[in-house]
Design a binder for this molecule. Structure first.
Ligand SMILES: Cc1cc2nc3c(=O)[nH]c(=O)nc-3n(C[C@H](O)[C@H](O)[C@H](O)COP(=O)(O)O)c2cc1C
Length: 194
């Protein structure tokens, strides 16, 4: 396999408090897939960080509009910098009420304000994203969750590589699909940037 001088930097961002649940299994499958492509990814567990909700500062826009930085100081600033350094992303959230989990929502809301406001100069512009919605309860709400993730990807000008719904019944074959999607995404990125 061709070795890259500068391997793509990949982030697997997961958003569940549980370290051994469905979301964690999806993140592990993604990490495995990146490894299968001969690369390494960092996993960022949002629930281990202190990333609060957007406060809609001032008249609704704060420094997210004027400076493309969030003025609410917590772990977001370091996370934001790390996201900008990366070349590809796998975002895995549990489905809560048919939406992203609160930690995923807080992170994506604040990142969107900072980067969508750059337009085509967004730090995520053109970078591929695999979005995974893990609905481990009723199985309801996977598609509404993925729809909001899809809108977020569009707003930050990233590229939808895949949108993958997972529930308790599809778990086994969807974990394989996530692994395969991650591997394929990295292999294609490697080929295109070589
Ligand atoms: C507040 C809350 C809301 C939830 N809403 C849904 C839902 O709309 N649909 C669903 O299938 N599961 C729902 N669940 C179950 C989670 O999707 C399930 O726990 C999921 O597998 C995440 O588990 P994990 O943290 O072990 O990955 C909900 C769980 C919580 C805590």
């Amino acid at each position: 396999m061709k070795q890259l001088e500068l391997p793509p930097r990949v982030l697997v961002i997961s958003a569940s408090p549980n370290k051994d649940g469905l979301t964690a299994a999806c993140a592990a499958a993604a990490l495995q897939g990146v490894g299968d492509a001969g690369d390494v990814a960092d996993e960022i567990r949002l629930n281990d960080l202190k990333v609060g909700m957007c406060r809609a500062c001032e008249n609704g826009w704060g420094t997210c509009l004027s400076k493309h930085e969030c003025q609410v100081e917590d772990d977001f600033q370091a996370l934001h910098a790390r996201v900008l350094e990366a070349d590809a992303y796998i975002l895995v959230t549990p489905v809560y009420w048919g939406e992203m989990s609160e930690s995923a929502k807080a992170f994506t809301d604040r990142l969107r304000r900072c980067e969508a406001t750059r337009g085509d100069r967004s730090g995520l512009s053109g970078k591929p994203v695999i979005a995974v919605a893990a609905a481990g309860g009723s199985g309801n709400g996977m598609i509404t969750c993925l729809a909001s993730m899809e809108r977020w990807i569009e707003h930050v000008r990233a590229r939808k590589f895949d949108l993958i719904p997972v529930n308790r019944w599809s778990r086994e074959y969807k974990l394989q699909a996530i692994q395969s999607a991650a591997e394929t995404m990295i292999r294609l990125e490697t080929t295109q940037s070589a």
